[in-house]
Write a protein that binds this ligand. Sequence first.
Ligand code: ADP
Ligand code: MG
Length: 398
Amino acid sequence: MNFKELNVRPEVVAALDKIQITDATEIQEKVIPLALQGKDVIGISKTGSGKTLAFAIPILEKVLPKKGPQALILAPTRELAEQIKNEIGRFGQRTGLTATAIYGGVGFERQVYDLRQCEIVVATPGRCLDHLRQGNFKVDRIRIAVLDEADKMVSMGFIEDVGVIFGQLPRQRQTLLFGATISLEVEKIKKTQMNDPVTVQAQVHVEEEFLDQFYYDVDQREKFSLLVHLIKTEDPHLAIVFCSSRQNADVITKNLQRQRIDAEAIHGGISQPRRLRIIEDFNRGKPHILVATEVAARGLDIKNVTHVFNYDIPINSEDYVHRVGRTARAGAKGKAISLLCQRDYGLFQAIFDRYRNLKITALEKPQFPRLMFDAGQRRFGSGRGRPFGGDRRGQRRR
Ligand code: ADP
Ligand code: MG
């Protein structure tokens, strides 16, 4: 179905046309009509399936200019809040409506001002609560509340805050909730904050047509050298290397840089302005390797990522699908390559157990030069925060 058939207002259809978005994705086709009828909706679909537009369109249909904040979208990270705000701005260009992003790590003053001027607020839960407590954010006209990335809200420990925030909104409102999966913790929000919600789900499968998935079985001590070899031979346009901790992301980034590979780390320990700048730069192709933790990259729409490398295997199987969903977006081809060593077997098996139809092909280990790897300083005692599993001897320089 196209957006005109979905009764989307002409200004928005035109704005979408301009960026070559004409036909609705499955989740959009399922959510938009229900949401336009005023129903509470839970939309479940994988990363990259167009959930933002699924809630942006109903908001742009229902909100009126110059009448104060009428829609609130809660997102788990600052980057995501920025991205949603920008997209709504783009889709709603000709509607006269403004969206603002509210998150921590930056000053209050500007946000206090924006909260008075805008109609659509995109916020992270912590800062949203701060503004509510200080009376900066008048919610009496909020008629649509959206919870985006509900599963991430749970894993980041924000779900209680979400409940508190939603509890302060007018009862007469519409609530939309989105995620790639919906866990038990989200059920509570559903029970207490939603009104007879309809759940719709887009088919859950990795776009196997466009995404090739591989893995290499290597010795822990060879992981880094193999990664460098793959970056050099695969020559990705843009690649994300996923790590399971901030320390790992930093150490790998440093080592990649030592190999003259333009890599940057992005994780929760990096300041907000810097994170935003790195994402923007990455979107422009420099750096062309982003070394990321789960949290930093979740939900972000970065185009033209040709390769995802799993340097560490994710602890939650679902994160695998989220990670590989960073590539092969919007019909472009992508490759996901996991590097596993013996201690990753269990986690990797769990991914297969959970997603039985995934096709991940084993590749023969190629010939590659062994590189020096500097594991940096250990900040923790044994067992915690070890960047590379293998023991110290394994990292001896040669
Ligand atoms: P999700 O929130 O489900 O992970 P996003 O809303 O971030 O997905 O959308 C992913 C990408 O798909 C974005 O670049 C968006 O512009 C694009 N997109 C969204 N809807 C459509 C559509 N109907 N047709 C083509 N591209 C779309
Ligand atoms: Mg999203």
